[in-house]
Design a protein around this ligand. Sequence first.
Ligand SMILES: *Cc1c(COP(=O)(O)O)cnc(C)c1O
Length: 389
Amino acid sequence: MRCASGIEARQVDELAINIDPIQVGGRLTGDAMKAVIAYGDGYSVCDNCRKPNRLDYISKPPIADFHKDVAAWLNMDAVRTVPGARRGFQAVAHTCVQKGDPVLLTSLSHYTEFLAVEGAGGIACEIPTNNNRMVTPDAAAAKIEDVKRQFGRAPALAFIDHVDYQFGNMHDVKAIAKVCHQYDVPVLYNGAYTVGILPVDGKELGVDFVVGSGHKSMAAPAPSGILAATTERAEEVFRTTEIVGDVTQRKFGIKEPEMMGCTLMGVTLIGMMASFPHVKERVKHFDRELENNRIVVDGLLSVVGTKILSEMPRKHTLTRADTIGSFDKVAETHKKRGFYFSSALEEKGVTGVIPGATKVWKFNTYGMTKKQAVYLAEVFVGIAEENGL
Ligand SMILES: *Cc1c(COP(=O)(O)O)cnc(C)c1O
């Protein structure tokens, strides 16, 4: 099947159990798929754009209401949609960070946070993790003190990932934010792996900004995401344009420079909106996801020599395994080398593990049924047995 010559129809999640860490939370709902077809045309949300002309004011389709609903859902004051979490980081960094400013990141920060800091001319100051690969409030305080000694001032901004992409560990953002605020450092909560997956309450966490990824965790097309702020910070990051043309004297009303006026103008936004009722419901059932994850982790750990590098018990479905003492031993002598593992998984209908990886690798059990979790656990055990482990 082809979409067009040279473009094959993609059938990954239709044909296999996908455990790709970055894909499972972004798979579209049926409603989002319908929205994709109906709103695929460029600028399709602009049919009923009226004064004041800005995306978040459009009432048909109900984009304005969606903005209010997402803000209420996250317990934040203002929300805008952005083309990916990274564009949310960029807007905040560009607002809060001046050239030469120190910015707090962590040893587990995502590269897009680094690039946002770089783009604003900031300097990356990472809070180191402890021996358990956790970012602690004490380490945050120590790093801020270090920064103050070195730069003569506190960091201009802190990026804190609630669940990091490397281990899927859950860090105590609330306590870290409290420390940051003692030094007047605004806190950006990176919810790329949480917003749309589990309940997030920005006020309870005490953060200034909440960023989420539509295509990673909100069952939305790429590139999409949300940036939420408190009233105070919204005035800064969502400030309106002041520029005036020198010949025409033109001004641009309520357009927001950090949003480049309007952001998601079609299929991405409507896809995110169509999935939103489902997403609001699914975050209430994250306990089921953890139960499925436990089934899979138990299966893996029953293979002697396997370790889980993520915190235990798991608090998130993204998990890092170390199979140097198990599946990797087979790779030494197998005719397919390390590729035997991913190809055995594919043969059994499991996809999303990096081909060739047998040492340290990640998987994400999010969105599977219990039956699939039990099957996946059996698959890992089966591959071990077939290869004499
Ligand atoms: C995936 C990811 C991002 C990037 O999200 P986009 O929506 O693709 O920009 C940022 N931070 C973390 C921790 C991530 O896992």
